[in-house]
Design a binder for this molecule. Structure first.
Ligand code: SF4
Ligand code: SF4
Length: 436
């Protein structure tokens, strides 16, 4: 049975559910964010969707981050402020139409990747992604998740992955990778210290990335394994903002990690997987989630520091730049590590931003990539991203998130550009290749 639904018709029931979810999600933290906005508009120029439309010659004020929280703000005022209550009593309360909810779908599912760039720009420190997540949750609660996203989310609950990768397919892919790339892959090996989970996006679309991670892990000398229980790193519950799905996907990771007795979980080149396991899981399972969660890029940097891995070869000759994963980098704080590694790997690395936190999102995060109706906005957002690549004259772009690579490749093809996107872990594995 579908956990997340995508209704075509919007009636009174959906509107009421949306309203109640928003109302019940407002705590003091959320109220402070909603109150603090001074309508300065600074966040507009931080948002890749706003900027992309702007570059294309149109200014759409509804793409301003602050605007995404306006309906939520109205609901807050009506319920929690003196004048809001008076207005309601006088018959001037919030009136929500089906068109309003359709617009909310566009604002929070099509034109926001939860990249957090607007938060860093806001003089009041307003966490717009937090507000967007509430509106997403309210739409999902009302049965109004975009169709493609709902399907992928349900597939992940039913089969184990948004791409339908079940345990059997997982094992078949690992067998293929082991043969094709001549690597040994430990599966369900207990006791192990480290659990590494690939994302099904890598498994199905970038098998060489998984093979490279395996090579790096084997070379590092730690006791590690993959798991048939915890075999999927992605968590589409976060995109749909369904707590039920988020919890269920994390429960599987928890079960797999506990069964193997590991102390550390290594997340793959996948932005939101890092968010879900590093920051969301400890709040959902406060007693049981006793693992150190690190991203594969952090792991590599740690192993270089310890002397377990040595990079002595520059494998990238041409001008290159780095695309940061918003969820691992800006939101996760892993910005120094990929730069340090890339400086070891590349002869001509040029950062496209002075402050790493200011890098621009790929445009496909937060589930936007799987929503066909969001394509127009995603393509415009890619223009914002391209300006950074072009500014430093780089055609080779190093990434550390498979979803970013997919989104960037797609945007590049759609706009007929010739950028080349490469995984940092693959470069590390290549640099280690000839070492004994
Ligand atoms: S930058 Fe902050 S205060 Fe200014 S409009 Fe945006 S959210 Fe509101
Ligand atoms: S989180 Fe990113 S995509 Fe969403 S409104 Fe802010 S800047 Fe735009």
């Amino acid at each position: 049975m579908a956990v997340v639904v995508s209704k075509e018709e919007i009636g009174k029931e959906e509107i009421e559910k949306f309203y109640q979810f928003c109302k019940n999600s407002i705590n003091t933290e959320v109220a402070a964010y909603l109150e603090a906005c001074v309508r300065c508009g600074i966040c507009a120029e931080a948002c890749l969707f706003y900027m992309g439309e702007n570059v294309a010659g149109r200014i759409d004020p509804t793409l301003t981050p602050a605007y995404k929280a306006d309906l939520l703000r109205d609901i807050y005022k009506e319920n929690y402020t003196f004048w809001g209550r008076i207005k309601k009593l006088l018959g001037f309360g919030v009136k929500i139409t089906p068109e309003d909810l359709k617009e909310q779908v566009k604002l929070v599912f099509y034109t926001c990747t939860n990249c957090d760039r607007c938060t860093k720009a806001c003089p009041m420190g307003i966490d717009t992604p937090r507000l967007v997540s509430i509106v997403r949750g309210a739409l999902t609660y009302a049965g109004l998740t975009p169709k493609d996203l709902a399907e992928a989310t349900n597939l992940s609950v039913e089969k184990g992955s948004p791409l339908g990768v079940d345990v059997q397919t997982f094992l078949q892919r690992l067998e293929f990778i082991a043969d094709e790339y001549e690597v040994e892959i430990p599966i369900d090996k207990a006791p192990s210290d480290y659990l590494y989970l690939p994302s099904s996006i890598e498994l199905m679309k970038f098998p060489s990335s998984v093979a490279s991670a395996v090579k790096v892990l084997n070379r590092s000398g730690v006791k590690w394994t993959m798991s048939t229980i915890a075999h999927e790193a992605t968590n589409f519950g976060l995109f749909a903002q369904s707590r039920e799905v988020t919890k269920e996907m994390l429960r599987r990771v928890l079960e797999g990690a506990k069964a193997l007795g590991v102390k550390h979980i290594i997340t793959p080149e996948c932005g939101h997987a890092y968010q879900s396991m590093r920051f969301v899981a400890p709040n959902i399972f406060p007693r049981e989630w006793n693992f150190e969660v690190i991203n594969i890029v952090e792991f590599i940097e740690k192993m270089i520091e310890k002397g377990n891995l040595k990079i002595t070869k520059k494998v990238l000759k041409e001008r290159s730049t780095l695309h940061d994963s918003c969820q691992i980098g800006r939101r996760g704080g892993v910005l120094r590590e990929p730069r340090k590694i890339l400086n070891m790997l590349a002869e001509d690395f040029k950062d496209s931003v002075l402050i790493p936190e200011h890098n621009i999102c790929c445009g496909g995060g937060g589930g936007v990539l799987v929503i066909a109706d969001a394509d127009y906005y995603r393509q415009k957002a890619f223009i914002s991203k391209m300006t950074l690549f072009d500014k430093v004259g780089a055609k080779t772009i190093v990434c550390y998130c498979a979803n970013c690579m997919l989104a960037l490749n797609k945007g590049s093809q759609e706009l007929k550009r010739d950028y080349k996107f490469v995984s940092i872990v693959e470069l590390v594995a290549e640099a280690l290749e000839d070492q004994s």
